[in-house]
Each structure stands twice: as structure tokens, then as C-alpha cells.
Design a protein. Structure first.
Length: 365
């Protein structure tokens, strides 16, 4: 037993490195010791599938089903192998059989619904998601995908309902917020769309979909020559959250042209201040890089505080904008992004010579 486990671990090591022939040889030795070990049989099948020897892969999955007729993994894997061979109808049949064993098994569910989405068979996808959700209503991803299927069918109210259920389960789902925003946009409910996109960006301001969707609304409002000051103000706030300060200021200016609202004036000042700080970041990064170069050339180590004080001394205008913690984290970012050979030990930075063989070393780990 222990020997078979050792062989399987060794085979998995080869498998993880993409050495599938070597993995197969070791797995087969494990199989000689345990001929009915379904995990080994599945691993051999996977290895053959990666080698694109599809018929051999299916032979090993079939051996699993001889031992365990209800093995959902083998059923799914046969389906995927059939799909690789271009036998889509046979693949669909196997995915459905796998889901009969476990309607919430994510792998065949995703594989099957991807086929339906590709073929624009959205009603079929909806039925799959409904069956899964009847058994487990707490699967956020399935609610999101159900909403997506309804959206493609332009059943917008049903899509919104699905996304709202996803958000009740996970209010921090940036995908659900973006997707519900898109549905509101298609319904011409721009105010609700802006609110949803902004919430998505509050979760991840680098998420490009809600940002590009805000730009669509921005262009739409310009085309329509909108005089809705509240909508322009909310759009300005959305761009502010996305750190797109030029667009945020433009949207805020359009608000103020329509209505000199106090809240809009406060938002304008907040955006302007954030933009000023954001524009200073390249200067800060350049000064940090200069400090690291200087200290590493004259010493083998330096305290983090010395680096921070040097940066602030050389660029006093940054001192009022960035606190010590912000500068510290920018130092860490610079070390990693620029590939400095610097090790952090508590609050001390130790400088190393660049290895002769150019070995990459991440000293911040």
C-alpha cells in the first residue's frame, strides 16, 4: 500500500512537470500493485489525454467505470476527451451523465454550459443551472452564469433577479455587480448601471470591465447632451473610484455647469486632491529608486527609515502627500518590480551583489 502511494506521488511529480510518458510508466507500476485503484487509472487517462492519445485515455476511464459505474470524474473526463476529438454530442451525453451523479459537480457543469454558450443554446444552459441550483442554492457562480444566460436571451428582469441572488450570497462579487450594471444599461437605467459599476470598482478598481462600461455611459450621456446633474455627479464618482481622475474631473465639471451643487463642489475638490497625489507617484518612485541605488553603492545595509527620510528630504513636496507607510510600501513595490537584490529583515534592508548567473531571487518572501 505504502509502495503504491509512493509511486503515485512520484508519478504526480512527473505529471505536474508535464512529463506525461514518465508519469504513465510510474503510474502503471503503481497499478500493478493495486489494479483497481481508480485514482491511478484516472491519472493514467489524464496523462494520455495530455499526450492527445485520446482512445487510450478513454480505455482507462472505462476501466474506472467497470469498477465504479457512477464515478463522476471518469464520466466527465470521457466527455472532455470526446470534446477534444470533436465529438461534441457524445461529450454532452457524458457531461450530463456526470451531472446525474452530482448536479453540483462544477467541472462537467462548466464544460457542458460552455458548449451551450458557444452554440448560443442559452435555454439548455439555463436548465442545467436550474437543476444545480435546485439542489444547492448557495452557489454564487451558478447564479451569475444563470443571469448571463438570461441576459443573452434579453430576459433582463430574470437576469437581474439571478444577479441579485448572487449578490445576497456574496456582496463583494465584482463580476455580479458589473454584470447587473450591464443589464441596467441595456434597460436604459443608467443611474442604476453607474451605481453597480461603481460598486464593482470599489471592490477592485483595476477591474477593466466596469471601467470600460462607465466610459460607454459617459459617451452615451454626451451623445444625448444629458443635463441630468445627479447622473453626471455619480459618473464622476465612479471614475474617481477607478482612479481615472481626468475623466472624473470632466464629469464633475459637467455637473457643475448644470447645477452648482455643494456635494459636487466637494467631490470636485476631492478628485483634484487625489489627482494631484496620483500625479506625484512617478516622482516618488524615481526618488525611491535613486535612494536604493545610492545606499547600496555606499553600504551593505540601511534602515528602512533612512531610505524614507532620504526620499522625503530630497522631495519635500511629497512629504505632505505621502505618509511614511505609503512610502514604505512603494519601496517594497520598487524592490520587487525593479528586481533589486535587497533583503528585508524587520526594518533593515541588506544589499546583495547581483548573481553572476542572473538568478532571479525574491528576497521579500
Amino acid at each position: 500500500m505504502a509502495k503504491a502511494k509512493e509511486l503515485m506521488d512520484k508519478g504526480s511529480n512527473y505529471f505536474d512537470k508535464g512529463k506525461y510518458n514518465e508519469a504513465i510508466n510510474v503510474y502503471k507500476r503503481a497499478l500493478d500493485l493495486e489494479p483497481k485503484n481508480v485514482d491511478v487509472l484516472i491519472k493514467i487517462g489524464l496523462s494520455y489525454r495530455h499526450l492527445e492519445e485520446y482512445d487510450r485515455a478513454i480505455d482507462y476511464y472505462d476501466r474506472v467505470l467497470d469498477i465504479e459505474p457512477d464515478n463522476k470524474t471518469a464520466l466527465n473526463n470521457i466527455g472532455y476527451t470526446k470534446e477534444c476529438q470533436g465529438q461534441i454530442e457524445e461529450a454532452i451525453e457524458m457531461y450530463k451523465k456526470s451531472l446525474e451523479m452530482d448536479p453540483n459537480y462544477d467541472v462537467p457543469l462548466v464544460n457542458l454550459t460552455n458548449i451551450f454558450f458557444d452554440r448560443e443554446e442559452y435555454n439548455e444552459a439555463i436548465e442545467v443551472f436550474k437543476k444545480a441550483l435546485n439542489i444547492d442554492q448557495l452557489n454564487t457562480a451558478n447564479w451569475i452564469d444563470l443571469g448571463r444566460a438570461y441576459r443573452f436571451l434579453e430576459k433582463y428582469d430574470k437576469a437581474i433577479n439571478a444577479y441579485l441572488k448572487a449578490l445576497r450570497l456574496d456582496s463583494n462579487s465584482k463580476i455580479a455587480w458589473n454584470n447587473i450594471g450591464w443589464v441596467y444599461y441595456k434597460k436604459n437605467q443608467y443611474d442604476k448601471a453607474i451605481e453597480a459599476y461603481t460598486k464593482s470598482l470599489e471592490i477592485d478598481w483595476l477591474y477593466d470591465l466596469p471601467f470600460s462600461n462607465l466610459i460607454k455611459i459617459y459617451k452615451k450621456l454626451i451623445d444625448e447632451n444629458s443635463d441630468d446633474s445627479i447622473m453626471w455627479k455619480n459618473l464622476a464618482n465612479g471614475f474617481y473610484v477607478a482612479k481615472a481622475y481626468k475623466r472624473a474631473l470632466d464629469a464633475c465639471n459637467r455637473t457643475l455647469e448644470i447645477n452648482q451643487d455643494n456635494d459636487a463642489l466637494k467631490l470636485y475638490k476631492k478628485i483634484e486632491k487625489a489627482k494631484s497625489k496620483f500625479d506625484m507617484i512617478p516622482t516618488l518612485l524615481k526618488k525611491i529608486e535613486e535612494a536604493l541605488d545610492l545606499f547600496s553603492s555606499i553600504s551593505t545595509s540601511a534602515s528602512l527609515r533612512d531610505i524614507i527620510e532620504y526620499v522625503k528630504y530630497k522631495t519635500p513636496e511629497l512629504s505632505s502627500e505621502f505618509n511614511n507607510n505609503e512610502i514604505k510600501f512603494k519601496i517594497f513595490e520598487t524592490i520587487r518590480e525593479k528586481g533589486f537584490y535587497i533583503k528585508l529583515d524587520k526594518n533593515k534592508l541588506t544589499f546583495y551583489e547581483k548573481p553572476a548567473d542572473n538568478t532571479k531571487v525574491d528576497y521579500l518572501k
